[in-house]
Structures are given as C-alpha cells and as structure tokens.
Design a protein around this ligand. Structure first.
Ligand code: AMP
Length: 290
C-alpha cells in the first residue's frame, strides 16, 4: 500500500520508484477528497512520471474558533479515491512530523495580497498556508505543484512565494470544479444543512450574473461597483446567506480597481456564511476575444 506517514517512508518510496530521473507532480490537500481535488490529481497524472498527494489538515492555517477539530477526515476513503485518480503515493503525516518540536520558523507573504479578501477575516490563515506549503515542497521536492482556482487568493499567494523565494517548482492552477447546480465543490459543503445547501448556489449565480452583465456591453458593464451590486442582489435573495465580502480586484495583483480594463483580468470573489459554514467562490472576468 502506497500510504506513507513519515518523511523517511516517503523518501524511501520515492527513491525506490526512481525519483532521480523522473518528474514529480505534487497535489497538497487537507483531504476529504472530492472531484475538485481529483481533477488536480488527474492533471498531475497526465503530466508527470510520479504523482504525490498529501493529506494533512494543517493546524497553523486555522484561526482560533475555526473548524480545525471538526474538519472532516476519512483517510481510507481518501486513499482509495486518490489512487483511483492517478496518485502513486499518498503522504498523510501527523502534525509533529511536519512541525518538528520547537519549530519556530514561519513563511509569510507580506503586504496587501494576504490582507485582502479572506485575509481580512482570517489574519493568520495565509501565513499558515505558505509555511506548510513551503515545508511540503521541501519534503516532496516536486517539479510541478497543482492548486485549485477555487482558492484563487491562495494560488496567487503561493505563486508569489515561489517567485520571491526562487523555489524550483512550477505552479499549475486548475479550474473550479462544481456540483450540477453550480456550487463550488468543497470539503466544507458537508457542514451545510439541507436548507443551507439549497441556497448555497447563490454564490455562483451571483458571479454568473456579473459575468453576463460584464459581457453585455452596457455603458456601466465594466464598473466594479455596478458588478458588485449585481452579485449582492442575487446572493441577498437567499435568506440564510450572510455576506462576508464581495470584491472585484485586479486578477493578478489583487489591487483595487474601479473599472475592468480591456486586456486585464479581474477577479470577482465572494465569501458568504451559511450558519457557521463559510463558503468562498470566484470567477475571472475577462473580455472575450481580447
Ligand atoms: P483543500 O483540501 O481545501 O486544502 O484543497 C486542496 C486543493 O484542492 C487546493 O489547491 C484547492 O484550491 C483545490 N480545490 C478545492 N476545491 C476545489 C474545486 N472545487 N475545484 C478545483 N480545485 C479545488
């Protein structure tokens, strides 16, 4: 069975499978795998000789009072799904394997990138993410690492870290995978009760409406405030939706913009709570044909 729990087991496995002369694709996850995760594994499978998937619920990216303890875990099911989707080996370490006793080093991308959007309500979250991704990169030493556009801000921040620290890995960002009704797949969707689940696709509907208006050519179709209002109106139709943010920012730098310029991507991103469950979603607004 290619399920390993320690760094030395992982190194042994990789050595035995000739990692020296092979490309390694890496998919870091927190487990409770769904089709979104599996799409990353399939993409890694298609483009690398060896595929490593990590399943690690990283304590440092959860803030106080967040859902670290109750985060869903099912390693047997995850292992099966990962292997079926093309993983060669699944790395499922304990926290003390990743964070050595007395560990006191953190990796932080500074500035606005980590303060906006999810960074505003989760001030220590991205530091936890960049620290663990860095540690995992050092352990796995992948040629390519796969992240989901679902967590758009995370992908931008990881790319920035890789560039700033000259980490020799290529970051590949894969599209958002959705349920039939448009809800972005997430391990946290399992927290939703039936009423909340029914209302949750409003995030996607709001983003779609903004996309549609953006492409309509109306005089104010590139105005950020107008587009944000369209998203808000759609989400507010659902009584259980409690909006945390609706933002439209430059798609690469996350800088504030007033209008979406041709030839620039804009990221429309939302975070909405349903009860105690916090959902995020986003879409890239880009002019067709430019
Ligand atoms: P997580 O287990 O939530 O840390 O996610 C692991 C990776 O899977 C991250 O790069 C996520 O962005 C990605 N991911 C999660 N949900 C989706 C989805 N619905 N579509 C595509 N990628 C996703």
């Amino acid at each position: 069975m290619a399920l390993v729990k320690t760094i030395s087991e992982l190194n042994d496995w990789l050595d035995e499978h000739g990692r020296k002369n092979k490309t390694v694709g890496f998919v870091p996850t927190m487990g409770y795998l769904h089709e979104g995760h599996l799409s990353l594994i399939k993409e890694a499978r298609a483009n690398n000789d060896l595929v490593v998937v990590s399943i690690f619920v990283n304590p440092t990216q959860f803030g106080p009072g967040e859902d670290y303890e109750r985060y869903p875990r099912d390693i047997e099911r995850d292992y099966k799904h990962a292997i079926e989707s093309g993983a060669d080996v699944v790395f499922n370490p304990e926290a003390n394997e990743i964070y050595v006793p007395g560990s006191s080093t953190e990796v932080e991308v500074k500035g606005e990138l980590t303060k906006k959007l999810c960074g505003a309500s989760r001030p220590t979250h991205f530091k936890g993410v960049t620290t663990v991704v860095n540690i995992l990169f050092n352990i796995v030493r992948p040629d390519r690492a796969y992240f989901g556009q679902k967590d758009a801000q995370q992908a931008i921040i990881v790319k920035k870290m890789v560039r700033d620290l000259h980490i020799p890995v290529e970051i590949i960002v894969c599209p958002v995978v959705r349920e039939k009704d448009g809800l972005a797949m997430s391990s946290r969707n399992t927290y939703l009760n039936p009423d909340e689940r029914k209302q949750a696709p409003a995030l996607y509907r709001g983003l779609q409406q903004a996309q549609k208006y953006f492409l309509s050519g109306a005089p104010d179709s590139t105005h950020v405030e107008k587009l944000k209002a369209i998203i808000r109106q759609e989400i507010e139709k659902e009584p259980l939706a409690d909006i945390e943010y609706i933002e439209i920012l430059d798609g690469e730098t996350l800088e504030d913009i007033e209008c979406i310029e041709p030839h620039r991507n804009a990221l429309a991103a939302v975070a909405v709570r349903f009860g105690s469950t916090r959902l995020i979603d986003n879409t890239i607004l880009i002019m067709e044909g430019v």
